[in-house]
Design a protein around this ligand. Structure first.
Ligand SMILES: Nc1ncnc2c1ncn2[C@@H]1O[C@H](COP(=O)(O)OP(=O)(O)OP(=O)(O)O)[C@@H](O)[C@H]1O
Ligand SMILES: O=C(O)c1ccc[n+]([C@@H]2O[C@H](COP(=O)([O-])O)[C@@H](O)[C@H]2O)c1
Length: 189
């Protein structure tokens, strides 16, 4: 099976992430998309991070009924911060029957030289890169497929700020995610 790995903090998951996951599952040869919840992104501060098990649960609530989308906690047991090359190496060894490809925005792709062992990453793995505004890719290198996916300019930061300011996050996240965030008082402080 071909698995597309979509890495993120998902703090929390929002409709923008889900549109991408579903688009890749339906418009490429990827059989399943796994949302890999990173306990700690090496390039981000961890102070605003909700506990990773709560973030994973929110991802599960978001994708519950979708057979093509899965939530993955694979990075929970790997060393932190979460380096993508280490996760990919681990997964390739653990599931030799699967082929793993990487899904990322063109913003992240243009930053790839800041990632651990990025040259090995580019050489060993195939990438589905979806275009994000302001980050064009004029000539795609080998092993990179550029996708024009529908775009929604929202972020987890916007959602956390809205909650802190007492504003509604309805429609920005699935209803079940909104209910769980409200019920558990996440992101209030
Ligand atoms: N609205 C969006 N549309 C498409 N991709 C997105 C969107 N928001 C985030 N992404 C991408 O999804 C991946 C995982 O996102 P991440 O969990 O860091 O969310 P985020 O919304 O960017 O978070 P934060 O605002 O906390 O930085 C990243 O590669 C990020 O660039
Ligand atoms: O491997 C790395 O060096 C590396 C550097 C930055 C980010 N990542 C991973 O990429 C994921 C998305 O990152 P970001 O910054 O685009 O939200 C995140 O979950 C990280 O684990 C990985």
């Amino acid at each position: 099976m071909k698995i597309g790995l979509y890495f993120g903090s998902f703090n929390p998951i929002h409709i923008g992430h889900l549109i991408i996951g579903s688009f890749v599952a339906n418009n490429t040869d990827v059989d399943q998309v796994w949302f890999v919840v990173s306990p700690h992104n090496p390039l981000k501060k961890s102070s605003t991070l909700l506990n990773e098990y709560h973030r994973l649960h929110l991802v599960q609530l978001a994708i519950e009924s979708d057979e093509q989308l899965k939530a993955s906690n694979i990075e929970f047991k790997l060393p932190r911060p979460s380096y993508t090359i280490d996760t990919l190496t681990y997964l390739t060894e653990k599931y030799p029957e699967n082929e793993f490809v990487v899904i990322m925005g063109s913003d992240s792709y243009q930053n790839l030289q800041k990632w651990k062992n990025y040259e090995i990453l580019k050489k060993r793995f195939f990438f589905h890169v979806y275009l994000r505004p302001g980050f064009e890719i004029t000539a795609a290198p080998e092993r990179v497929n550029v996708l024009k996916a529908p775009q929604l300019e929202i972020s987890s930061t916007l959602i956390r700020e809205s909650i802190r300011e007492g504003k509604s996050i309805r429609y920005l996240v699935p209803e079940a995610v909104q209910e769980e965030i409200e019920r558990s008082n996440y992101y209030r402080l």
